[in-house]
Every structure is written in C-alpha cells, then in structure tokens.
Design a protein around this ligand. Structure first.
Ligand SMILES: Nc1ncnc2c1ncn2[C@@H]1O[C@H](COP(=O)(O)OP(=O)(O)OP(=O)(O)O)[C@@H](O)[C@H]1O
Length: 311
C-alpha cells in the first residue's frame, strides 16, 4: 500500500474574479520509505496539494489517502499518520518548549512521551532550550520546535512544506541530518522546496508541478539524465534578445541555456552572434536540477514521461 496516494485531485478556488483552478487532476503515489520532492514555481499548487493532504483544505475532486486512510472520510486516522511541518510560524507563546511538545503529545492521546521528546530535542539542537518560553526563542529556534511538534506522535509520513525558506545554514543542516536519519529508519518524507540543490541532494524521486498539473514524475537521477542533459554557459555584459532570455537562467553576467544536442548549441550561438552579443568563457557542461527545472518550466524539451503526464 502506498504511503501517500493522490488520485485525480482537483481544486477550484472561488475568487472575486471568478473560479480559479489551482489543481487539475493531480495523480501520483509515494511509496513507504521514499524521500520525495514536490517542486514547482510560485503558484504551481504545491501548498494547496499539501493542505489537502493535511486536511486543511478540501479537494474539489479526487481522492487522497495516507497508508490507505482517506483524508476526508477517515480524517483522524490519516492525520495520525502524518507529521506536517507548516510554512508559517504558529505557536503558543505561553508554553515552554517541553510543555508545547507534551501538549501536542496529549492532542494525539500519547502519554509518557518523555523519551521521544528528549530524542527530538537532541536531534533538532533544542536540548538547552527545553525550559525556555516559546516567545523567548529566535525565529530559527521556533521553526525547530515546529518540526519537533510535527514529529511528536512518530508519524510514518513526514511532510515538510518549504521548511528551509529563509532559515540559516546551521538549521538547514540540523534539519536535514535529523530528517534523513528518520528516513533511513523507514519514515516516508514529502518535501516541497525552492532550493533545488536540496531536492537534488535529498530526494530519490521528484514530481514537478506547473499550473496545477504534474509535468514530470521521475527518479531524480532519471530527471537529471533525461531532460536537457547539458547547458551552454557564457558570460556577457549585453542584454539578451527576448527569444533567448525566455529560456535562459541569468545570474549577473552569467548566462545558462539548456541544450539537447550539438545542433542546438550551434543554433543558440548563431542567435547570440546575430544579436551582436559580446560573449566570453563559452562552455557546454552537465545540467543540474535547476537547469532541468527551468527547461521543463519554460516548456523546452519536456521529457517523454512528462508529456505522458500532461495527457
Ligand atoms: N484561498 C485561496 N483562494 C484563491 N486562490 C488561492 C487560494 N490559495 C491559493 N490560491 C491560488 O492557487 C494557486 C496555487 O497556490 P499555492 O499556494 O498552492 O501554490 P504554491 O505552489 O504553493 O506556491 P508558493 O511556492 O508560492 O507557495 C495560486 O495561483 C494561488 O494564488
């Protein structure tokens, strides 16, 4: 049985300007023990999908289950199997860290959870803050408590929605060490992130969402191998012509363009020459996940499975 199953999930929001379809028939399963990445640009529908999984938003259509428990019909079972780390910092300012974790344990009907709470505090670098009041903690420390709170009932499925957005390097490392350890011990992890290097390093499989649809669903290694395997890189001080800018990743003077074969390299360089750009340090090198992502998002060179997913 899948750890998480999304079957034909749709969501239509009613807005003052009419209906807006945020999810359009999203279907994929996550198997027990996977470290799974959900990627997509702003507004792709990632948070909506996770909120439906967590029972915070109701799907307009389709079915979502956690280890077989339907998130609507069997909410309590599904919720018990999930540890959701939210994006926003929500906490009760009057509790100490340990009290907050005890309270959360009680919410799930768990007593005598002290040993696991100690392990969480240790693993997340919170041991010396156990007695501190929540309102005294820095933003980074509060975020650690949110992670501990999400895991207090030892859920088999851990959901992290942009857990490292705006957090310092130390917390990112602590968090990934701890979550990777839980994953090695058998927990399933679903991660949404904007940091593609994080997804590349951690996730075994990745789904990419674009405008509410899955446009790629593959092993990370396959995704890297299959989509534009190469990128053309160069430096220039000149602005790019529009046709090139639409597919390029530009960082200061550095320009990167996805390429699929030698003919495309020649075509792009011809376009560069034609536009009169002065370029330096031209090289063709291996793509990383960010290149693949950009390639798929700009609609260039979608891989065969991605096209199937769109059908
Ligand atoms: N409550 C709502 N009412 C109307 N529209 C909404 C609502 N929540 C989200 N949306 C819209 O649905 C789309 C998907 O939003 P969602 O937050 O799921 O995307 P996301 O992929 O998580 O983006 P981000 O990376 O910015 O968090 C967006 O266009 C958003 O404006």
């Amino acid at each position: 049985m899948s750890a998480v199953s999304f079957q034909n999930v749709s969501k239509t929001y009613i807005t003052p300007r009419g209906e807006f379809q945020a999810l359009k028939g999203v279907t994929f399963d996550i198997e027990p023990g996977e470290f799974f990445g959900l990627l997509g640009p702003n507004g792709a529908g990632k948070t909506t999908l996770i909120s439906i999984l967590a029972g915070l938003v109701r799907a307009s259509g389709g079915r979502v289950s956690v280890h077989g428990a339907d998130v609507q019909a069997d909410y309590a079972q599904a919720r018990r199997r999930l540890g959701v780390v939210p994006q926003e910092l929500v906490f009760d300012p009057f509790f100490t860290v340990r009290e907050a974790l005890r309270f959360q344990s009680g919410y799930f009907g768990i007593r005598d959870n002290g040993d696991w709470i100690d392990e969480l505090l240790d693993g997340l670098g919170l041991a010396d803050k156990a007695g501190a009041n929540m309102r005294q903690l820095s933003g980074g420390m509060k975020r650690r408590v949110l992670v501990a709170q999400a895991l207090v009932h030892r859920p088999p499925v851990i959901v992290l929605d942009e857990p490292t957005a705006g957090v310092d390097v130390e917390l990112r490392q602590t968090l990934w060490q701890f979550v990777s350890k839980l994953n090695k011990q058998g927990s399933t992890v679903l991660l949404t992130t904007h940091y593609l290097e994080e997804a590349e390093a951690l996730c075994g499989r990745i789904a990419m969402l674009k405008q509410g649809q899955v446009i790629a669903l593959e092993k990370t290694s396959e995704l890297l191998r299959r989509a534009s395997a190469k990128v053309l890189r160069f430096k220039t001080d000149n602005p790019l012509p529009e046709a090139l800018a639409a597919q390029a990743r530009v960082t200061g003077r550095f320009v990167q363009l996805p390429v699929h074969d030698a003919a495309e390299v020649e075509r792009l360089l011809a376009a560069v020459r034609e536009a009169g750009l002065v370029v330096e340090d031209i090289e063709v090198s291996k793509a990383d996940l960010e290149d693949v992502f950009l390639d798929l998002m700009t609609g260039q060179g979608a891989t065969p499975p991605a096209q199937e997913a769109l059908a």
